[in-house]
Design a protein around this ligand. Structure first.
Ligand code: ADP
Ligand code: MG
Length: 389
């Protein structure tokens, strides 16, 4: 696979994709006043591409010649980087294209990856211009590191790549419902949370997962005793499991996408060494692969850019509104697990499957909406590269 850590060459040329509508609508102004002078100082040349509509950036990176750029930076929220990652994975030459160093410059209302990278670099929580300055400084330094991606497949045959999160229920609903408060910047999530608390809903479905510990050791190992979940071991050695997934829907360019060796087709039950959650009523299910879900929202404090895991949280039905509010307030500092809330479960996993019992409502992938249907996914270790401090 070659070197995954690296340094941008000097001088270098970066493609900057900018969503003028992201966040409070000041991304272009921020680029001119803050980013551009720093890049000039560091001898980083750029080509600025301002998007005109959703999927504009995705189409550009899917079809364009990327060889002239040493990195692709995104000045927007997580949504535009999600477009870029998926556009790269839709290319015939995705294996090479996805190794192009990417960079997130926070200009949106949801800048979870930027906040996470700022945290990994050892900086204190930063917001707005300060966070943007830190991230632009990372780009000027030019250091990049490998980052895991998660492949998601839906029962209807959709195939998506995700760098941040997959969710269903409360947290996803906050993200979607608060879209209309975009002008508030990150405050949109606070307003959205309070709104959603008032109309708390229960989501019914079956959740299954492959714990990290079960993917690296044989079923029946001592680590299993720590689990208070329903164990599903039949004692077979792991190396003969799991089977390849012949029935997993394939994209149009057959055979040229990464295989999902941990997954089996939806019409088959999950492998025996997976855990099936006994409860089927949830308030929220959320898998996050980075530390931060927002600039002041530390959901998985121990997460790293490439730790080979999704940090899976699920909140069972029965939790009170007050209990839920306390959890959310604790997430600012990442102390929600210290509350020992009996309704909240957390575990690092390599793969999961979620089968909702109804198909109403929306799920979210990296904060972007996805129609509700059965979804499964797995981690792909170090599939892409990202500018990090
Ligand atoms: P925010 O963090 O404010 O949500 P994002 O960068 O995540 O900002 O973008 C939000 C959405 O806007 C994404 O779904 C993206 O595809 C879409 N988008 C990108 N460019 C444009 C544009 N020029 N006009 C409107 N929407 C756009
Ligand atoms: Mg967004």
């Amino acid at each position: 696979e070659g070197v995954t850590w690296g340094l941008l060459p000097r001088p270098c040329h970066v493609l900057v994709l900018l969503n003028p509508q992201s966040g409070t609508g000041h991304a272009l102004q921020l680029f001119r006043s803050l980013v551009q002078p720093m890049l000039a100082e560091a001898d980083v040349a750029f080509t600025l591409f301002v998007t005109e509509r959703p999927n504009h950036a995705r189409e550009l990176v899917r079809a364009g010649d990327l060889s002239q750029w040493d990195a692709v930076a995104v000045l927007a929220g997580d949504g535009l980087l999600y477009e870029v990652v998926n556009g790269l994975m839709e290319r015939q030459d995705w294996q090479a294209a996805i190794k192009k160093p990417l960079c997130t410059l926070p200009g949106g209302s949801g800048n979870a990856l930027a906040a996470s990278i700022n945290h990994y670099a050892g900086n204190t929580q930063a917001f707005k211009e300060e966070l943007l300055t830190n991230c632009t400084y990372f780009l000027c330094k030019g250091l990049y590191a490998p980052m895991d991606l998660v492949s998601l497949s839906t029962a209807s045959g959709k195939r998506l790549y995700s760098f941040l999160s997959f969710g269903w229920g409360f947290i996803s609903d906050v993200d979607i419902a608060s879209e209309k408060y975009r002008q508030l910047g990150k405050a949109r999530f606070t307003v959205g949370t309070i709104q959603q608390l008032a109309g708390l809903k229960v989501y019914k479905g079956r959740l299954s997962y492959l714990p990290v510990e079960m993917s690296s050791s044989a079923p029946g190992s001592p680590s299993e005793q720590n689990s208070h979940h329903m164990p599903c071991s039949n004692g077979r050695p792991l190396h003969i499991l799991p089977q390849p997934a012949p029935g997993v829907p394939r994209p149009p360019h057959e055979g040229s996408w990464p295989e999902d060796p941990l997954l089996v087709p939806f019409d088959q039950p999950v492998p025996k060494h997976w855990t099936v959650v006994p409860e089927e009523e949830f308030i929220s299910i959320f898998a996050i692969y980075q530390s931060h879900l927002g600039a002041d929202f530390t959901m998985a404090p121990t997460a790293k850019l490439h730790d080979g895991s999704m940090h899976l949280f699920y909140l069972k039905a029965g939790v009170s509104r007050l209990g839920l509010l306390k959890l959310f307030l604790a997430m600012e500092k990442g102390t929600h697990l210290d509350l020992n809330c009996p309704y909240l479960h957390y575990l690092p996993v390599r793969a999961f499957r979620l089968e909702p019992f109804t198909s109403t409502g929306l799920m979210t992938v990296d904060g972007e909406p996805l129609a509700c249907e059965p979804v499964q996914g797995q981690v792909h270790d170090q599939l892409c590269r990202i500018i990090s401090g």
